[in-house]
Design a protein around this ligand. Structure first.
Ligand code: PRP
Length: 216
């Protein structure tokens, strides 16, 4: 039997995903060891292989078929714009993509002034400002700690993920506009969807059943 390969997003999302997979009978005890540096884990009995990848790379592995299935955030799917099927919202990892900044930036944003936007998500920011708001802005790509940008004068606002809102609060920033809701999604390689249809359809059905059961 060919391995069914599942790409997981390193970090918090991986552990929540593993808990869910375990509930539908897809187990991998080896993977739960947080001190391990191993990247690929196999369950021979089930013919399933897991690997851990950086969030942004999960859609890439899935598009090229190096993974049949991927589990990653909607933010990554939107930003990467890869050719794949997004088949399911897992309902966890819920947060929002927002335009944030100091209260003083609200008016400048409203009056379509030429402002600078710092973000880890230039694709999402561009789509929002250019295609949805028809507003010209200067987008600056950063790789983390985005909230720093308006505090030190690199940009007027940021486009970033807001989960609890505490990073914003502790730094005197606010949500100025909401772009979209985000959560963990299941993505599937387009060829695998046909070739492995039976196994993939069963997995999706089991996951949906489990999520509905937990909601009840
Ligand atoms: C994310 C995001 C915000 C923060 C939001 O950063 O970029 O900074 O979490 O969470 P909160 O609303 O609960 O405070 P992450 O921790 O992933 O690190 P990063 O700064 O490297 O992007």
């Amino acid at each position: 039997m060919r391995y069914l390969t599942i790409a997981l997003t390193k970090g918090r999302l991986a552990y929540t995903t593993l808990e869910l997979l375990e509930k539908v009978g897809i187990t991998c005890d080896e993977m739960k060891d947080k001190s391990s540096r191993k990247l690929i884990f196999t369950n021979e009995e089930l013919g399933v292989r897991f690997f851990l990848a950086k969030a942004n790379d999960v859609p890439t592995y899935v598009e090229y078929g190096a993974a049949d299935i991927g589990i990653c955030g909607k933010d990554t799917i939107l930003e990467e714009g890869r050719k794949l099927y997004e088949v399911m919202d897992l309902g966890f990892g819920r947060c929002r993509m927002c335009v944030c900044g100091p209260e003083s930036a609200r008016e400048r944003l409203k009056h379509h002034e030429l402002i600078r936007v710092a973000t880890k998500y230039p694709g999402i920011a561009k789509d929002y400002f250019y295609n949805k708001k028809h507003q010209t802005v200067e987008i600056i790509k950063l790789n983390g700690s985005i909230e720093l940008a308006p505090l030190v004068g690199l940009s007027e606002v940021i486009v970033d993920i807001v989960e609890t809102g505490s990073t914003l609060r502790e730094n005197g920033l606010e949500v100025l506009e909401e772009i979209c809701d985000l959560s963990a999604r299941v993505i599937i390689n387009q060829v695998s969807m046909k070739r492995e249809n039976g196994r993939i359809a069963k997995l999706i059905k089991d996951l949906k059943y489990e999520i509905d059961r937990e909601r009840r």
